[in-house]
Design a protein around this ligand. Sequence first.
Ligand code: PLP
Length: 490
Amino acid sequence: MATTEQQSLLRSLPQVEELLHHAHVTPLEKDLPRVSIVETVRAVINDARQGILAGAVTCVDADALAAQVHLRGLALRRASLRRVVNASGVIIHTNLGRSVLAKPAVDAVNDVARGYSTLEYSTDAMARGSRHDHCEQLICTLTGAEAAIAVNNNAAAVMMVLAEFAQGHEAVVSRGEQVEIGGSFRIPDIMAQSHATMVEVGATNKTHPIDYERALSPATSMLLKVHTSNYRMIGFTESVSIKELRHIADAENARRDAAAQAAGRPGSADRVMVYEDQGSGAFIRLDCFGEYAEPTVAESVKQGVDLVSFSGDKLLGGPQAGIVVGRKEFIDRLKKNPLARAMRLDKMTLAALEATLRLYLDPERALREIPTLAMLSTPADQIRPRAEALAAAIQATLPQGCAEVTVVPEISRAGGGALPMCDIPTFVARVRFLQGTALDCNRHLISERDLPVIGRLSHDTLLFDARTLLNTDEYKEVALALAEYFSTLI
Ligand SMILES: *Cc1c(COP(=O)(O)O)cnc(C)c1O
């Protein structure tokens, strides 16, 4: 039961009509349909009613309620999926959309989105074509593989490969490679989903060739290697290379052929394949990371994998995609798998992927123009003047005595489960608060703006890493956002 005080508060709540005509609310009519405004007004009044009944609201102020309607109305107007300024220093930030597309990729998307396209049309044959054809030759040229297919993402690619080649069979995988990647993608779960039997071998830190050899059975169809892209084991560790897995598979296939021939058949149809889930998908070895540089797809192909799969939006720096490359006979089977149809790429992704791959034909150009590669490979001494320009832009808009801005050395991260051991030296603009707090400012920068600015909280300061800022307009946006925050304090 409401107390008499609560009842009087409830009675003093404004009517819907009253708020609709309030000076804070009427400007919303410019951008929002009336139904949305009415709904927002009702929601604000209802929240106030609940607050009164819960004892959390002890006075009613129509102006304050109207201001709430105004704020919620502005938020409604915003697209949910929208651009952000990433000053976090995490380059392949999965929550922020992983790789930023290169300009030619953006243009290609724009082009096919605005009009009809050759998505499944061959202008040579003047007849129906295949959407698989747009990128396949490029991927083969760049990786040395015989054939390739691209689907929605690498998780989809792994699932498709296991379903096609390990369903009802055994796939052997090292215990040291039982990884979980980016929430809810776990090798054992994907195995179960694909009706493959997982045979785990070795210990967490060490697996030897003999472990794989002992695990072989007539039901074995795959030796699976999972690149532990998002963590590194250090200390006494050993894993089995692609080359060694190739030898083991070849020897087993030769034994099966010999046994079949002894039984009067020409050879065995049951093969053991070597498949690597490589994950990060580097096309260029980033020598700046020395021994920690991720192996490239071409290296895996050269070492003798039958198939290798990887993401399009990690180290490749393209759109979200999962690419499988390898032996033609196996890729041809994947192309016919119904999962390839269910998880196929749309025209915009294909356009972005093809344009990104074309940049790799000139590796120097790829390093310059693909933002992920450029951000990863720019040395700290070239980031420093950018951090200084950023700090200067912040200084220029900062009201006197609000904060101290300095340029300090810091660490950027590759993110996206790539290069986990690599500290990438960088320079950031560090803001120390004389008024307000870093925590409060961070909330303003992220939650209160149409264009959120994502920095990094560190010991009561906010850091803005120049490495992941795309241009000077973004420096100005960081400065503007900070100035806005300080203006809310006065
Ligand atoms: C990232 C990753 C995946 C998942 O790829 P998505 O493109 O995010 O679906 C799978 N395996 C490995 C080894 C990875 O690094």
